[in-house]
Write a protein that binds this ligand. Structure first.
Ligand code: MEV
Length: 437
């Protein structure tokens, strides 16, 4: 029976599992077996993973795959991709190979600025607040000096603080909008620590300030936190080739280029399509973000807000033909880090970064943007030619066969059969039944 529990986090790992199995799994012994199957036999390594979060009772594997042949700014990369969706790595690899033969991907970082806000309430004179802010700003900047000593050495730090009046949107609401450079770190902890120091200094100094005579008319901090909206931490990636290089014949190439550009235009104007189109982009971006130990939730939140920045949710990529040429590009905000966080802790993350030639944060931004562009190219290419299911189901076939407990011989026979047929769950099931009879 499910019952509430207090002090769960204080229990040992074994006690947690015992409690779980008895209250949620009717004492099913196979649950112990499944959880243990995913424990690492290296006790130190297992402890490392247990320490990542509270109440960890096992590990949850995702495939760590490689997509080779990515030519980015004339350097060749093999991308580490962590993703469970069967066709994503194959699609990325195909797109990489296609563009490697056509000059590769170009990528450029357009900005690396991040921000955080001290959100506060204030109901007094706007003029008094403005004067108080100007007077207190040097103290606010000084309040983060000890925090940013190392960050400054690496070229980062707090860049500016601006007072923003938000009272038209919400009565009494103001903010201190702070901008930061965080060098090769994603910088969430650095930014949040700075913001909390700024908030305390701002609020405390207001107590003794001549500008605020009334107790109830002083600034009062509500909360301080970084923003995952990072429109100024932006990277651009693109590909370009002659239209007649797109397909085998000139006629097919022209048709393909036209359909491709139209597909991207549809994703620019229609939000139903744009969301799925961008989801395909994030298949590539998230896989690299996860492999490199970065926070994919932060990236997702920031990317989709950026996609809606004009008030209409739209495509992150754009495509055009111009004379004899086909152009395809992406602009995407990506706040990523290659130091701090999991980067020195998780052995697979260390390995992924080594594979990427120990990239700077800017290098990783370029690589992740290219992974997104490649994924989008592969998806649209399938969508406007064969349809998505042919390639997708081919890659998904092994999952279906595993679900149906196929033997090695049955797998080989079924794969051979579906080389020329579009696979579906029912078609594979029927074929297996026929084989078995
Ligand atoms: C599936 O994970 C992603 C696609 O739906 C993307 C798209 O439609 O562009 C294939």
């Amino acid at each position: 029976m499910s019952i509430p529990i207090s002090g769960f986090s204080k229990k040992s790992k074994q006690e947690k599992i015992d409690w779980l199995v008895s209250h949620y799994f009717d004492n099913d012994p196979t649950v112990y077996k499944t959880l243990q199957l995913y424990w690492n036999s290296d006790k130190e390594l297992q402890r490392l993973h247990d320490d990542f979060t509270e109440n960890a009772i096992s590990n949850y594997y995702l495939p760590f795959s490689i997509a080779p042949n990515f030519l980015i700014n004339d350097s060749l990369y093999a991308l580490p991709m962590v993703i469970e969706e069967s066709s994503v790595v194959a699609a990325a690899s195909n797109a990489a190979k296609f563009w490697m033969k056509r000059g590769g991907f170009k990528a450029e970082v357009l900005g690396t600025l991040k921000s955080g806000q001290v959100h506060f309430d204030y109901y007094g004179s706007r003029n008094a607040l403005q004067k108080y802010f100007i007077d207190s700003k040097p103290g606010l900047l000084a309040s983060v000096e000890s925090l940013q000593r190392n960050m400054k050495k690496r070229g980062g730090g707090l860049k500016d603080i601006v007072l923003v009046d938000k009272t038209e949107e919400l009565p009494g609401y103001y903010q201190l909008h702070c901008t930061f450079e965080t060098a090769d770190a994603m910088g969430a902890n650095f930014i949040n620590s700075c913001l909390e120091n700024i908030a305390t200094t701002f609020e405390n100094a207001a107590m003794d300030s001549e500008y605020f005579a009334d107790d109830d008319k002083r600034p009062e901090v509500v909360l301080s936190i970084l923003s995952n909206y990072v429109p100024d931490c932006l990277v651009e990636a693109s590909v370009k080739c002659r239209i007649d290089e797109l397909m085998k014949t000139k006629e097919d190439s022209v048709k393909f280029a036209g359909d491709f550009v139209r597909a991207v235009e549809i994703a620019s104007v229609d939000k139903q399509r744009a969301v799925t189109h961008n989801k395909g982009i994030m298949n590539g971006v998230d896989a690299v973000v996860l492999a490199s130990g970065n926070d994919f939730r932060a990236v997702e939140a920031g990317v989709h807000a950026y996609a809606a920045r004009t008030g209409r949710y739209s495509s992150l990529t754009s495509a055009k033909t111009d004379g004899e040429f086909f152009h395809f590009g992406i602009k995407i905000p990506l706040a990523l880090g290659t130091v701090g966080g999991l980067t020195r802790l998780h052995p697979m993350v260390k390995l992924a970064l080594q594979l990427l030639k120990q990239p700077s944060a800017e290098d990783l931004m370029k690589i992740a943007a290219v992974a997104g562009l490649a994924q989008n190219f592969a998806a649209i290419r399938s969508l406007v030619t064969t349809g998505i299911q042919k390639g997708h189901m081919k890659m998904h076939l092994m999952n279906i066969l595993n679900q149906l407990n196929a033997t090695s011989a049955e797998k080989a026979e079924t794969i051979r059969h579906f080389q020329s047929e579009t696979a579906s769950h029912s078609a594979v099931s029927a074929f297996l039944e026929q084989l078995r009879s």
